[in-house]
Design a binder for this molecule. Sequence first.
Ligand code: NCD
Length: 320
Amino acid sequence: MTFNAAHLLGIEHLHPTEITTLLDLADTYANDNRAGIAHKDVLAGLTQVNMFFENSTRTQSSFELAGKRLGADVMNMSMATSSVKKGETLIDTALTLNAMHPDLLVVRHGSSGAVDLLAQKVNCAVLNAGDGRHEHPTQALLDALTIRRAKGRLHRLNIAICGDIAHSRVARSNILLLGKMENRIRLIAPPTLMPSGVQEFGVEVYDDMREGLKDVDVVMMLRLQKERMDGGFIPSEREYFHRFGLDAEKFAYAKEDAIVMHPGPMNRGVEIDGTIADDINHSVIQTQVEMGVAVRMAAMDLLARNLRARRAAEQQDTMV
Ligand code: NCD
């Protein structure tokens, strides 16, 4: 097994073999989930704490379900009503939590880098469930598994990532992962939603959907992240849909067997036409949700193995 990390903070520091190890394990979990085969022993005796400082429905429930399927005791801390609102710092919250001895800590936070900082202060395995505009590693991994299952491979594919790239941690983690696996990545966005320094990403850049989508295998749409915008990024939602929204006419430029992806939540009629999103011949949006549980099971399984090994080694040390 090649997966030696203590935390899953991002895709940036993962080696391609670690990504493959994780996806292979997730693949078996996905099959077992479909077959109703339980694995309650994997995280038995471990405590998983979900700390979501930002609202989330699918990611939080996906992590919760993944932990429960593997037999962990799962606790959701409601950060909206927590002491954070009373002025407690992130570090104080972390130290308080650490004193309760959790084993797996799943964190979502609005600030880039907050999860890395937290990981330095606690004794458990930390999983980043999205930090600011920085990374969202389990989303990129579930996207990769979805692509691999649909296309039969995860290399040498033409993949278009479209829309609000500037504000998107999903795009960042996906660019890193898909690049490491040697795919050709195209970014399609209006210049105002393209991140600065994009030239260094090793991608092709387009501001026209029809040109960018030509002959791609995968079309990954992104939500317009209105909550991260301070105005002036797009003229109007109608105009944005007209130029950058995925509809049947624009999608026809992609390969005939191209797949459509979206991390959710979707703004129908803004970045994607509802009919395309629901087209069972091309859309894999529901599969992404399904793979999300399997990928999170695999990530927590691998981190728990490393955590147990580390703790066993520490005990050995104290006994000598
Ligand atoms: C993404 C996120 O939170 O970064 N959503 C998710 O994890 N399901 C993308 C988004 O919010 O648009």
